[in-house]
Write a protein that binds this ligand. Structure first.
Ligand code: GLY
Length: 567
């Protein structure tokens, strides 16, 4: 009977995957398939990834096609003008960590966002031309290509069509453009595709001709189609039309860095994740170790006890982030110590169950709700697993669109510590380790992650959310590993977050009220916020019931337009 039910749910899940055209589509939140899957922030992007795999490509081909499509259909975070990280585990057992994070331009200086009285002018690191780092995404796509199978021209074709011929906006996107109208007008001298005289509504078609032309230059000239020639000239011209400092030379000098993926055990699993310049891998490892030492799994899911333990581990991990972390190519970071069992045991030595800790003596920051990074999780029929998180930083990045080239530039410079102790837009505090220097990469929280079980990909996961990324990722993983939840519940159950400063637990609106009451009694401060993250998760299992057949469950977060697709 169980078998029949299982098969029924399998076929139901596949058959409910809606057909897609550029002008009519619905998202699918949860599918069960057995060959390949893509989960991303937009149906048309997931669809682009699946289409290239069906043409003979692998998960790396899908990663390229999906990112390019996101740059067109999800311009608030998908991008050509930003940067990202890719973590992958190949069918041959190799781990890959690609760092295509933005870098500070050659003319950047440590104090570039301070006024003459040495006060931080943070609007400059958040909005407009001066807020941008040198973009890395296009270089990242070409670095990924060496693991892919299809020609780049095939992988970019769908993105070009989407930009050239247009696609239908979702309701959320139409509202987004309407709400962002004044900020686009403030930061752009020329007309941009997202602004028009009448209000946008769901189903309206967005055509991006300038962006299509940029994509065609990338198709025709490869890396040089972006980092040299006309596109580079357009970027440099946009910068010098205002206070921007990125030059053609900065663009030509940009390089992807292949890092050694961070790998560590958790129970019977291996976690593969992003090293510095992401703080996320270190924080994730610290959270797993600190909570395991204190036997997290002995407390029920979302009990006040389990939340308190996680919050206290988060408090300590984020204090370490502020104190010790930055781009290791520029500063020394004691990574080995930060993740050692002994150090973390000491770190939790003053932990008192039932009593709130205290992040005293540092100025509180403010956390902002819009954290517009975006994540893609992919698995293919060959056994490759790819997790990509890519970002413009804020929603629509710097809000400046490169005139003539049609893409949004990042405001990633705000992820540096513009002045020690001054919180960035996520409320994160840093010091000299994360100070600005030419060529340096700003500390990130992006944490694309793969969990192996028996040395095979088991969970492929990631999320946007700024500093909430490692903490919500941690929760999604323990929900499966420790609390034995379905993949769907693991993603969609309410999330919470603490980041040392400000000293407050953020909870999603649907977070259990009785647990909040208990935490308040322990002495915690609690702030409700809209949503935390948009997790894209794939779980890969072997079916014991049908000859070890691969069963892939792909879940797109309920919190947005996100979409899971597969076959
Ligand atoms: N811009 C968000 C991050 O890199 O963490």
């Amino acid at each position: 009977m169980k078998k029949i039910l299982f098969l029924a749910s399998f076929y139901l899940a596949v058959s409910t995957q809606a057909q897609v055209t550029h002008f009519k589509y619905n998202n699918t939140k949860n599918i069960t398939v057995n060959k390949a899957a893509v989960v991303s922030a937009h149906t048309l992007a997931s669809n682009a990834g699946i289409a290239v795999m069906k043409k003979g490509g692998n998960a790396f081909d899908a990663a390229i096609a999906t990112q390019l499509a996101l740059a067109v259909v999800y311009p608030g975070a998908g991008n050509l003008g930003g940067g990202g990280f890719m973590v992958a585990h190949t069918s041959a057992g190799k781990n890959i960590a690609l760092d295509y994070r933005e870098s500070a331009p050659a003319k950047a200086t440590k104090d570039m966002y301070l006024d003459s009285a040495r006060n931080a002018v943070t609007i400059l690191s958040m909005e407009g031309r001066l807020a941008s780092g040198v973009p890395g995404t296009v270089a990242g796509l070409f670095a990924t290509l060496k693991y892919a199978k299809l020609p780049f021209s095939t992988l970019i074709a769908e993105a070009i069509t989407l930009a050239d011929k247009g696609f239908a906006l979702t309701k959320a996107q139409a509202e987004d453009f309407n709400n962002s109208r004044s900020v686009f007008l403030r930061n752009n001298k020329n007309k941009v595709a997202f602004v028009r005289d009448i209000q946008w509504k769901a189903g309206d078609i967005l055509i991006q001709t300038e962006l299509a032309n940029t994509l065609k230059r990338i198709r025709d000239f490869g890396l040089k189609g972006f980092y040299e020639g006309e596109t580079a000239k357009l970027i440099a011209a946009e910068m010098s039309s205002g206070n921007g400092i990125i030059t053609e030379k900065d663009l030509k000098n940009y390089k992807v860095k292949e890092r050694v993926a961070m790998q560590f055990p958790y129970k019977n699993y291996q976690v593969i994740t992003m090293p510095l310049p992401s703080s996320g891998g270190i924080i994730l490892q610290q959270l797993f170790k600190m909570t395991q030492q204190k036997k997290l799994d002995s407390y029920p899911f979302h009990s006040a006890e389990s939340i308190q333990l996680i919050v206290e581990a988060e408090r300590r991990a984020f204090a370490d982030r502020a104190e010790f972390m930055g781009d290791e190519d520029f500063v020394k970071v004691p990574v080995k110590t930060l993740v050692s069992e002994k150090y973390l045991k000491n770190r939790m030595a003053d932990y008192v169950a039932d009593q709130a800790g205290n992040s005293s003596n540092v100025k509180p920051g403010q956390i902002k709700e819009s954290e517009e990074t975006t994540h893609i999780s992919i698995t293919d029929a060959e056994g490759n697993a790819v997790a990509v998180t890519t970002t413009l930083n804020d929603h629509f990045g710097s809000k400046t669109i490169i005139s003539g080239a049609g893409f949004v530039m990042n405001n990633e410079m705000d992820d540096f510590s513009v002045k020690p102790g001054v919180p960035n837009m996520y409320g994160a505090i840093g010091n000299d380790k994360n100070a600005i220097a030419p060529g340096k990469r700003m500390l990130s929280s992006m944490t694309p992650t793969i969990v192996l079980k028996n040395n095979q990909p088991y969970i492929v996961v990631g999320t946007p959310g700024g500093t909430t990324i490692p903490t919500s990722l941690f929760q999604s993983i323990i929900n499966i590993v420790d609390y034995k939840m379905s993949a769907e519940d693991a993603v969609n159950k309410p999330k919470f977050h603490h980041q040392w400063q400000p000293d407050v637990i953020y909870v999603e609106k649907d977070f259990e009220k009785s647990v909040q009451t208990k935490l308040l009694e322990m002495g915690y401060k609690i702030t409700e916020r809209g949503t935390i993250g948009r997790t894209e998760l794939i779980k890969i299992e072997k079916s014991k019931k049908s000859n070890n057949k691969i069963v892939i469950t792909a879940v797109a977060d309920k919190r947005g337009d996100d979409d899971a697709r597969g076959y």
